[in-house]
Design a protein around this ligand. Structure first.
Ligand code: GLU
Length: 479
C-alpha cells in the first residue's frame, strides 16, 4: 500500500510485433513496485491501432515475459476483476465514457473531411504555424450536429483543450513539468471507425483498472497533459506518472535501434543471455541502487527498488556490461545447471561431450550462443586454406617442419591417453617451438588460429576424428 491505496501497475503494449527490450525494462519496474508493496501487476493489450496489428503478437508478448520468469496478476489470458484486458473488447465501455464527456461539454464531434484537415495543415505550415486543428466544428450548433449525425456524415470526437492554461504535474522521475495548453491540439479521442485512440482508451482503462502508477517511456511525456485534462474532466484522480528515459545505442548516439543488434527481448534469450542476467542488466539501466552493489536477484531488486532512484539521464545500452553480467551469472551455475543450458545450445553434442566441454568452456564464453561457434570443429569439417597451417605471427614456417609436426602428432595420437603431459614431452623431444607447434595443431584440428583450449577439447572430439583431421592437414601440404 502507498497512501492507503493498493499499488497497481500495468504494462500496456500494443500488439505490433515482439516485446521490445525497452518495454521489458519498463515492465520490470512496474513488476518490482507492485511486488514490493504486495500490489498487482496487470498486462493490458492496447490494440486500438488496427493498422499496426501483427497477428499472433499478443501470445508472443506474453510468452516472452514468461520466459524472463515474470508473471502478471491480471491479463487477457487469465482475466481478472477489471477485464476485459484487451482494448478492442472494451469498446462499449469507451462509448459510455465518451458520451459522458460530450454531454459535459468537454468533447465534441468533428465532421471535417481529411481533405480539409490536410489543407489546414499545409496552410499552417506555410505560414510557419504549428499544425493544429482550428476548432472549426466546435462552432457547430446543436442542430447542425444532429443533422450531420442523421445524415451519417463521418466524424471523429475531439477533446476540448482550454486556451492558454498551464498544466503542471509532478513526474516521479523528472519533478515538476509544465505545459501550456496552447501547445496542445484538440486530440482525437474517438476515430472515424468508432475505435478510441490510445489517449482516450488508456486514461479510461487506467482509471477503471485502478492503476496507481504509470511507468512509461519519455515519448509519452507530451501526451500527459492531454491525459490530465481527461482526468480533470471526468473528476478522476490521476495516477502517479514516471516517464522513463530512452535507451541509447551503445555508441551513445540516438535512441537504441536495430543498428546495434536486435532490440527484441526474445532475441537476447535466443542469443544465450540468461534471463536473470538480462533482468539484472535492465535493473541498472535506469535505476541506481545508491550503493556499489552490481548483482541483484529479482527478490533483492524488489526489496530495494525505489522510484526516487530512477535515472533522469538516458542510459547507454552497453553490451559489454551485459556480457560481463551474463558471464558472472553463467559462472554462478553448477555443472548440472550448465549441462542443461549447454545441451540447449549444442543439441548435437552427446552427454559425454557436454561433460568434457563444461569445465573447458564455462570460463571462456560470455553467452551461450558462443558455444556452437567455439565448438564447431567437433561437429563439422571446417574448410581452410593450407597457407593457414604455415603462417605463424609474421613469418611463414617451413612446410617440411610442419608436415613433420603433423605426421609425428598423428602417430602420437595412436595412444589417446594422458594427452597433456605426453604432448609436452613430444614437443620437447623434437625441439619444436611451442607457439609454432600449437598454432599448427590448432589450425589442423579447428581450421582456425583462435580456438578454445585445444588439448582439453580433444577428448570431446575423440581419437578417430582427431586422426582424420590430422590426415586432412597432412594431405593439404603434401598434395
Ligand atoms: N500502448 C502504449 C505503448 O505501446 C502504452 C503507453 C503507456 O504505457 O501509456 O507504448
Amino acid at each position: 500500500m502507498i497512501d492507503n491505496k493498493t499499488v497497481r501497475t500495468r504494462i500496456a503494449p500494443s500488439p505490433t510485433g515482439e516485446l521490445h527490450i525497452g518495454t521489458l525494462r519498463t515492465l520490470l519496474y512496474d513488476y518490482a513496485l507492485a511486488r514490493k508493496y504486495n500490489g498487482q501487476f496487470i498486462f493490458r493489450l492496447e490494440d486500438t491501432d488496427q493498422k499496426r496489428y501483427v497477428t499472433g503478437s499478443e501470445k508472443r508478448l506474453l510468452k516472452t515475459i514468461n520466459a524472463y520468469g515474470l508473471n502478471w496478476d491480471e491479463g487477457p489470458d487469465i482475466g481478472g476483476p477489471f477485464g476485459p484486458y484487451v482494448q478492442t473488447e472494451r469498446l462499449e465501455i469507451y462509448n459510455k465514457y465518451i458520451k459522458e464527456l460530450i454531454d459535459k461539454g468537454f468533447a465534441y464531434y468533428c465532421f471535417c473531411s481529411q481533405e480539409r484537415l490536410d489543407n489546414l495543415r499545409v496552410t499552417q505550415k506555410a505560414s510557419q504555424k504549428i499544425p493544429r486543428y482550428d476548432q472549426h466544428c466546435l462552432k457547430l450548433s446543436k442542430d447542425e450536429i444532429q443533422k450531420n449525425l442523421d445524415n451519417k456524415v463521418s466524424y471523429t470526437i475531439r477533446l476540448i483543450v482550454p486556451k492558454n492554461e498551464t498544466i503542471i504535474f509532478e513526474d516521479a522521475i523528472r519533478g515538476k513539468i509544465k505545459f501550456n495548453t496552447n501547445e496542445i491540439d484538440d486530440q482525437v479521442l474517438i476515430k472515424s471507425n468508432g475505435i478510441p485512440t490510445y489517449h482516450f482508451a488508456a486514461v479510461v482503462d487506467d482509471h477503471l483498472m485502478k492503476i496507481t502508477h504509470v511507468f512509461r517511456g519519455e515519448e509519452w511525456l507530451t501526451s500527459t497533459p492531454k491525459h490530465l485534462l481527461l482526468y480533470r474532466y471526468f473528476g478522476w484522480e490521476a495516477p502517479i506518472f514516471a516517464h522513463l528515459t530512452v535507451l541509447l545505442n551503445p555508441d551513445g548516439k540516438g535512441k537504441m535501434s536495430k543498428r546495434s543488434g536486435s532490440t527484441h527481448a526474445k532475441t537476447f534469450l535466443e542469443e544465450g543471455y540468461l534471463p536473470e542476467a538480462m533482468l539484472n542488466f535492465l535493473m541498472l539501466l535506469g535505476w541506481n541502487p545508491g550503493t556499489e552493489k552490481e548483482f541483484f536477484t529479482l527478490e533483492e531488486f524488489i526489496k530495494e527498488f525505489d522510484i526516487s532512484h530512477l535515472h533522469k539521464k538516458s542510459p547507454i545500452f552497453d553490451r559489454k556490461k551485459l556480457d560481463y553480467i551474463n558471464g558472472y551469472y553463467l559462472r554462478q551455475k553448477n555443472d548440472e545447471e550448465l549441462s542443461v543450458l549447454f545441451k540447449k545450445f549444442l543439441p548435437q553434442a552427446s552427454d559425454d561431450q557436454i561433460k568434457i566441454l563444461i569445465p573447458v568452456l564455462k570460463e571462456r564464453i560470455v553467452k551461450l550462443s558462443d558455444l556452437p561457434i567455439q565448438t564447431k570443429f567437433l561437429f563439422e569439417n571446417i574448410e581452410y586454406e593450407k597457407s593457414l597451417l604455415l603462417e605463424y605471427k609474421d613469418k611463414i614456417l617451413d612446410s617440411k617442419l610442419v608436415i613433420d609436426m603433423l605426421r609425428k602428432t598423428k602417430e602420437f595420437f595412436n595412444d589417446f591417453s594422458n594427452l597433456q603431459e605426453r604432448l609436452t614431452n613430444l614437443i620437447k623431444e623434437n625441439n619444436w617451438n611451442i607457439g609454432e607447434y600449437f598454432m599448427v595443431f590448432r589450425v589442423a584440428i579447428c581450421g582456425s588460429k583462435f580456438t578454445p583450449p585445444i588439448v582439453d577439447c580433444l577428448p570431446a572430439l575423440g581419437q578417430e576424428k582427431t586422426l582424420k583431421k590430422l590426415e586432412i592437414a597432412i594431405s593439404k601440404l603434401t598434395n
